[in-house]
Design a protein around this ligand. Sequence first.
Ligand code: NAI
Ligand SMILES: N[C@@H](CC=O)C(=O)O
Length: 452
Amino acid sequence: MSNSIKLAILGLGTVGTGVINLINDNLDELKRRSGRNIIITEVGTRRQRDDIDPDIIQNSDLMAIAASENVDIVIEVIGGTTLAKDVIMHAIKNGKHVVTANKALLAEHGNEIFAFAEANNVHVAYEAAVAGGIPIIKVMREALAANKIDWLAGIINGTGNFIMTEMRDKGRPFADVLNEAQELGYAEADPTFDVEGIDAAHKLALLASIAFGIPLQFDKVYCEGITGITLQDVNYAEELGYRIKHLGFAVRRDGQGDNNAAGIELRVHPTLIPQDALLANVNGVKNAVLVNSHPLGQTLYCGDGAGAGATASAVMADVMDLVRVLGSTDNDDQGSNNQNNHGHHVPHLAFIPEQLSDTPILRAEQMITGYYLRVHANDNPGVLADITRILSDAGINIDAILQKPAHKVGQVPVIILTLPVVESQMNLAIEKIEKLETITDKVVRIRLDELA
Ligand SMILES: NC(=O)C1=CN([C@@H]2O[C@H](COP(=O)(O)OP(=O)(O)OC[C@H]3O[C@@H](n4cnc5c(N)ncnc54)[C@H](O)[C@@H]3O)[C@@H](O)[C@H]2O)C=CC1
Ligand SMILES: N[C@@H](CC=O)C(=O)O
């Protein structure tokens, strides 16, 4: 077997430990598939660990590891956007290929990091950064390379899906399930990233870039989390044949039709989807990404979205890609066997950097979705007529109405499902509904999508 490939793992938490375990468990498979021996030569850890193979150098100086002669590929799994960035830039400068699971870092600084990697002829691989173990980056960059992607929708946070599933199926309290997700290694170091939708927004920014060939624009992703979802809305949605899932959407709009703007919608929010949609039945820590592309049509990719094993699988898939590049003699631009050559001809963001487009990202009020509205009204004659008149005057088509028995004396919840509408129109209609004397509370609104 030819020369060993030397790995450094920075950070021995959930993912770093998962990678060590995977290598220990599957080394024979890795060798047979790559034709190379794969060894961990160094690990970056804050404190000396006695559970690590004594042949592996333990070092708290991550910058030294990133420049070490003893390392071919640097695996960054410390998380965060400060030291992680410095270490990755240092590794790139020193000609190392990098594998990272750090979606926060790439969503915020990926444009700079990828440009620096290209200038230094190395690759920064990031399969584990989106949807855990699902090979969605590889699929979208390579397997769908001949397609034009129109939209994608995905459950892209395992913690959030785990919490919503456990709450719905077992009636468990939010805080209790979040606690379990942390114990299982699913949650981010700061779990507000999971429950407020920020982690999903990081991943969506990455998916949208490789779907549409646009630069990373995390700051333009519209983002709502799951903390405002009540069991009451979950149950009403189920009664109407829908399920609430926390989804990320990236949608290309061509600007056809009244009030429609051309551009890309990037949004993360709870969404009612039909109960019989495949995505509605993706539960627990599972993630799934539905991609609609031309000419292929809809394809769905599903698997564990978080946790040590799933994430280590994605990290090591990237390592294997790089091992094959490092091992090839005919894959680089000069035909040489330069160990540091880029070799990997798949562009970081799927499109060649000069071809990234400046298609605008649409503002929230320009986005188009259906809606679930829950309106609390005094049980007076004519109240329903007032609400439906306001919606109809705003050009909003009602798809279903459900009036529930009064749960407080004289007050009835009215549930309305609408067809897709431009958000600015819905904002105006809700403003008018809330001004009606018969309306007692703020209108609750959740977006709705038929995924057709
Ligand atoms: N846990 C999961 O399921 C997934 C995590 N990720 C990403 O992978 C990365 C790591 O996540 P986890 O392993 O879950 O986090 P973690 O918090 O379990 O592990 C991070 C480790 O890095 C160590 N570390 C931090 N700064 C260090 C320093 N200066 N020197 C040495 N060690 C240092 C910490 O002590 C900790 O052991 C994050 O970017 C996360 O977003 C991505 C996909 C899934
Ligand atoms: N915290 C994240 C981990 C994987 O990306 C999640 O729950 O999805």
